[in-house]
Design a protein around this ligand. Structure first.
Ligand code: AMP
Length: 192
C-alpha cells in the first residue's frame, strides 16, 4: 500500500521477480479495460471515474480481482496486490474473502510511506513505459488530475485503512522517500 507515486508498482514488480508470485495491479487492470475496444459499455462510466482521478466503485474492484486471486492461490502460487486496497470497505471485503479461503493468516501488508507533496513532485515528472519499453502517457498523470488523486487517495485517506490493518497486526512499513533500490532493500529486510 502507498499513495500514488509512492513506488508501489515498481516495488511490486521487483517483488514478483524474486518470488514468482502473480502481480495483480488494479490500476493496470482498469487501464487495460479502458483501452479495450471490445469492453462492455457498462464499464465506460466507471472507467471515466478513473480517468478523472477518483476511485472507482468497490464492486468493480471485486469483480476484477477476486476470481483472479482465488484462481492463482488455488494453483499454489502467491499474489502481490498492488493498489488493490484503497478503502476500508475494500480492506474488510478482502479480509472476508481471504478468511473464506482460509488464507487470512497469510496476508501481509507493506506500507510504503511518502508525504503528499513528494507524491505530487514525483507524478508531475513521471514517465511510464509499456512492456516493449515505449513511453506511454498516463492520462491521469496530468497536474490537475494528480491533485485530485492525492485528494482522493493521499495520506489522509489511506490512514484509516492502515489503522484497520494495524489492528490485525499485519502491517510492515518502509520509507518510500529514498532510491528505488533502497526501498527494495528495506522491503526485503522487513519481509525477512
Ligand atoms: P494506480 O495505477 O494504482 O495509480 O491506479 C490508477 C487509478 O485506478 C486510480 O487513480 C483509481 O482511479 C483506480 N483504482 C485503482 N485501484 C483501485 C481500487 N482498489 N479502488 C478504487 N479505484 C482504484
Amino acid at each position: 500500500m502507498g499513495i500514488p507515486g509512492s513506488g508501489k508498482g515498481t516495488q511490486a514488480e521487483r517483488l514478483i521477480a524474486k518470488t514468482g508470485y502473480q502481480h495483480i495491479s488494479t490500476g493496470n487492470l482498469l487501464r487495460a479495460l479502458d483501452v479495450d475496444p471490445q469492453v462492455d459499455p457498462k464499464y465506460r462510466p466507471l472507467l471515466d471515474i478513473m480517468r478523472s482521478g477518483n476511485l472507482v466503485p468497490d464492486e468493480l474492484i471485486y469483480e476484477l480481482v477476486f476470481d483472479k486471486i482465488k484462481h492463482t492461490l488455488e494453483t499454489g502460487n502467491g499474489v502481490v496486490l498492488d493498489g488493490a486496497v484503497r478503502t476500508v470497505a475494500q480492506a474488510k471485503a478482502y479480509q472476508l474473502f481471504f478468511e473464506k479461503l482460509h488464507m487470512a493468516n497469510e496476508v501481509m501488508v507493506v506500507e510504503i510511506r511518502l508525504a503528499d507533496e513528494k507524491s505530487f513532485e514525483r507524478l508531475v515528472i513521471r514517465k511510464t513505459y509499456d512492456a516493449q519499453g515505449n513511453q506511454v502517457l498516463r492520462k491521469d498523470d496530468d497536474p490537475e488530475i494528480i491533485r485530485k488523486r492525492i485528494a482522493s487517495q493521499g495520506n489522509m485517506l489511506i490512514q484509516p485503512i492502515l489503522e484497520y490493518y494495524k489492528t490485525l497486526g499485519v502491517v510492515v512499513s518502509v520509507d518510500g522517500d529514498q532510491s528505488m533500490d533502497d526501498v527494495e532493500r528495506e522491503i526485503d529486510t522487513v519481509l525477512a
